[in-house]
Design a protein around this ligand. Structure first.
Ligand SMILES: [Mn+2]
Length: 328
């Protein structure tokens, strides 16, 4: 892609200057990181490290079951606040403080933002590139690295491809564009480990069969809406559920191709100390991100999320979802 607007070219050059200037760099993703967020953090780490081996680069909270294979051997999945001292901070796949992973970025740090979420109440970033037309943050980072001639080795390419595959739903979501395929094709040429990505993304513990079965017996259908709830009192029905991370995440897309279902959602709380995790999904022009933002969450038009403490609020969310599910 050589047809970037001059605005983007200015961002690229300024970002490069800052990356060169700082010895320490902290790359942060959002709370409950997804494949695009982790892929963006990891790819930037490998690309900057390949070009400037002496820089110290931290990218905490990028470890999940399906992306462990991407991480360098000495990876530390934690953060010591002292690492912010004299560091450049790069924020990927989000641009609001409330989506920081229980962290505070000190006021005097210079912060670069690269994101593709709609800019509504941005409160982060001294140097900002937000492109809501972009399918994935990983897609943006690919063109960024390419424009600046950073090395794109197989580690960088595999990390970026993880984000492109997950945020596009295997190239099926409506935001999948020509540039998505251009990025994916060029990444394949540089040595993406595609089979390893799919193996890690799709391998599931056996208990997931039980969760699917439980989901199928307990989801609720209200006209054009399907929703599913699981609260701490339900644990006795599937005691083994406490042994797995992100239970029911593999059920998020089950209603996707059902006729006349326009909106679907999961509300999951495993123990009382944790928040209720809500994932909202919709088809075509129905915008679930509006509902997510109303309750302090965020995301995209067809895939958004909220974390809430109170089941009474969930009743309100469900009411709102039922309302918008009738729009088409
Ligand atoms: Mn994303």
């Amino acid at each position: 892609m050589n047809n970037f607007y001059s605005q983007e070219k200015v961002f690229f050059q300024k970002a490069k200057k800052n990356i060169e200037k700082y010895t320490n760099i902290v790359i942060l993703g959002h709370i409950n990181p997804d494949g695009d967020c982790i892929g963006s953090q990891t790819a930037l780490y490998y690309a900057i490290k390949a070009k400037y081996p002496n820089k110290k680069i931290y990218f905490p909270f990028a470890e999940t079951e399906y992306s462990k294979f991407l991480l360098p051997q000495n990876y530390q999945n934690e953060i010591n606040p002292t690492i912010f001292k004299n560091s450049l901070v790069i924020v990927v796949d989000f641009h609001e403080k409330k989506r920081l992973n229980n962290l505070k970025i000190p006021k005097d740090n210079f912060v670069i933002v690269i994101d593709h979420h709609p800019e509504i109440s941005r409160d982060l970033g001294d140097l900002v590139w937000i492109d809501k037309s972009s399918m994935a943050c990983c897609e943006m980072i690919y063109f960024f690295l390419k424009a600046l001639q950073f090395p794109i080795n197989s580690d960088v390419a595999t990390a970026l491809m993880l984000g492109i595959i997950t945020d596009s739903g295997n190239f099926t979501h409506t935001n999948t564009k020509t540039t998505t395929f251009i990025a994916a094709a060029e990444l394949m040429q540089t040595g993406v480990n595609l089979q390893t990505i799919h193996k890690n993304l799709n391998s599931q513990p056996l208990i997931n069969l039980k969760l699917h079965s439980y989901y199928l017996q307990n989801f609720v259908k209200k006209e054009n809406l399907i929703y599913f709830t699981f609260c701490p009192n339900d644990i006795k029905k599937i005691p083994l559920i406490t042994t797995i991370k992100e239970p029911f995440s593999s059920t998020k897309n089950i209603p996707k191709n059902l006729k006349n279902i326009n909106v679907w959602a999961n509300f999951i709380q495993i123990n009382k100390q944790e928040a209720i995790k809500c994932s909202l999904r919709s088809i075509e022009e129905i915008d679930v991100s509006v509902i997510a933002r109303k309750y302090g969450g965020g995301g995209h038009k067809n895939a958004a999320g909220i974390t809430l403490k109170n089941w009474k609020t969930i009743d309100k969310v469900i009411k709102d979802l039922k309302f918008i599910s009738k729009i088409i």
